[in-house]
Ligand binder design. Structure first.
Ligand code: ARG
Ligand code: ZN
Length: 471
């Protein structure tokens, strides 16, 4: 809001700079960033550039204590602003000065600085906090998993609120330094490059750095006892994989899959262009859940992914997300297809390369698998709704949409698009509509109807993605 202050014109010039903005010029930042599925996610009024997390974790009690230093730029004149966090806060400082704070809602922290903050200023926010992450629940549910020897934060769309205060939405990416102290003999695994580790007084501190923009849900932390393997890629990037020491019968299959990370990433580079980050790897904590997650540079894999032997396909999926999801991220959670449709399609391309079935064969199989009356076809990959954000249709029908596109425009344009998109929107955010527009521009063809059919019709498309324009 703009207020007009009338001053005699003779005085105006000299007074302009001296007039302090009045209290009415400042307003609270919005408690949500404006996501259409998750209105409380993220916050308005500022943009974070860097998180520095200095943490201490106790596996025996699940106590996490920490100090987060957040560097941000204000986007409006702020009387107060929100952070997202579920743990208990003991002190907040803004620009070094003690600030008032209050918990509000499920995981909102309202911060009122001692003096209001002007727009376009760089600010620092220090938050001291502690808590047992497993005890913090939203709708009876915890994203934090305790393991026999530690704990893990890896979930989508929410996991940050279980371990650090943030502007928790993919629209606000930042760089990270994560320093974690654990009892000697344990390890702390996070994203990016392990800068150093040192042991003193019976504890080991691990210092991790992510120097490319990273969404908050792609930040991960795992504490436990791990076997760690390290290497370098041909380009000199550090590779670090971590396997819980108690994976039992899954240990061999997990290693036989994740040790192929460099090979898979090299192949993905031929499809998607240069790998967007400065380190690679994967980790397998001893959790009971069954999923995997594309945590940036170092995907999370549940042991169950390797129940039937090596599963390189899941490695392909999570590494494909480094381009499609992590470097180019959703603008709104509604846009989840630009992540999952492509990660699934990359698994089909890997199958094609391995001689285990072409993408067309897999598309035909998936299409034929479900009859027209199967509720599967009522989920719209382009707008699945929050309850169906990770429904199989977002993945499989999402990949069918890409096979339909490939058949419509031919391989040359199709693969130019797969490589061009991660470059065009690198380290940024995009919408489904941005992809449609991009594909139309590169192919020179109108594609609205094709995408309407495959992404937005709540029914089974009449014709499969036939290889009409194939070679
Ligand atoms: N993006 C993840 C994937 O690689 C999905 C995670 C869904 N979360 C879950 N708890 N299943 O497909
Ligand atoms: Zn995925």
């Amino acid at each position: 809001m703009h207020r007009r202050i009338i001053v005699p014109s003779a005085l105006a010039a000299s007074l302009t700079l001296a007039i302090p903005a009045s209290a009415a010029d400042f307003s609270p930042g919005a408690p949500g960033i404006g996501d259409s599925y998750y209105p409380a996610s993220g916050n308005g009024g500022y943009d974070v550039s860097h998180y520095d997390l200095r943490l201490k974790y106790e596996p025996a009690t699940d106590l996490l204590e920490g100090t987060a230093t957040i560097l941000a730029t204000t986007k409006q004149n702020l009387s107060r602003f929100n952070l997202d966090l579920g743990l208990k806060v003991s002190e907040v400082r803004v620009n070094g000065r003690v600030a008032k704070f209050a918990a509000s809602g499920a995981h909102e922290l309202e911060v009122t600085p001692a003096v209001p903050l002007e727009r376009n200023r760089e600010i620092s926010v220090v938050v001291r906090y502690a808590g047992k992450p497993s005890e913090f629940k939203v709708d009876g549910w915890s994203a934090w998993a305790r393991t026999p020897d530690g704990g893990v934060a890896a979930q989508e769309p929410d996991s940050a609120v279980w371990w650090f205060p943030s502007n928790d939405h993919p629209l606000d990416k930042a760089t990270f330094d994560v320093s974690v102290s654990v009892p000697a003999g344990h390890q702390a695994i996070s994203n990016g490059v392990l800068q150093s580790q040192s042991t003193a007084l019976g504890r080991t501190r691990f210092n991790w750095r992510s120097d490319k923009p990273q969404a908050t849900y792609l930040a991960t932390l795992a504490v436990g006892k791990f076997d760690i393997t390290t290497d370098r890629t041909a380009n000199g990037l550090p590779v670090l994989n971590a396997y819980s020491k108690d994976l039992g019968a899954h240990a061999g299959a997990a290693r036989a899959s994740i040790e192929r990370t460099t090979e898979v990433a090299e192949w993905l580079e031929t499809v998607f262009g240069p790998y967007p980050f400065n380190s690679l790897g994967g980790y397998v904590p001893n959790v009971t859940s069954g999923f995997a997650l594309e945590t940036q540079t170092r995907p999370f894999y549940s042991p169950r992914q390797f129940a039937n032997g090596a599963n390189v396909s899941v490695v392909v999926h999570e590494l494909a997300h480094q381009w499609y999801g992590d470097s180019v991220s959703v603008r709104d959670w509604k846009d989840i297809w630009i992540n999952e449709g492509f990660a699934r399609y990359s698994q089909w391309l890997w199958s094609e390369k391995e001689g285990e079935g072409t993408a067309q064969e897999l598309a035909d199989y998936v299409y034929a698998l479900r009859g027209a009356d199967d509720p599967f076809w009522t989920v719209k990959p382009g707008d699945p709704g929050p309850e169906n954000q990770f429904h199989g249709a977002v993945y499989d029908r999402g990949a069918l949409a890409l096979q339909a596109l490939r058949n419509e425009i031919g391989d040359e344009d199709f693969f130019a698009i797969l490589k061009g998109w991660p470059k065009q929107f690198a380290y940024g955010n995009a919408r489904v509509a941005d992809f449609v527009r991009y594909a139309e521009r590169i192919s020179g063809e109108p594609l609205a109807e094709l995408f309407d059919t495959w992404l937005y019709e709540p029914s089974k498309p009449a014709a499969p993605a036939a290889a009409a324009a194939g070679p």
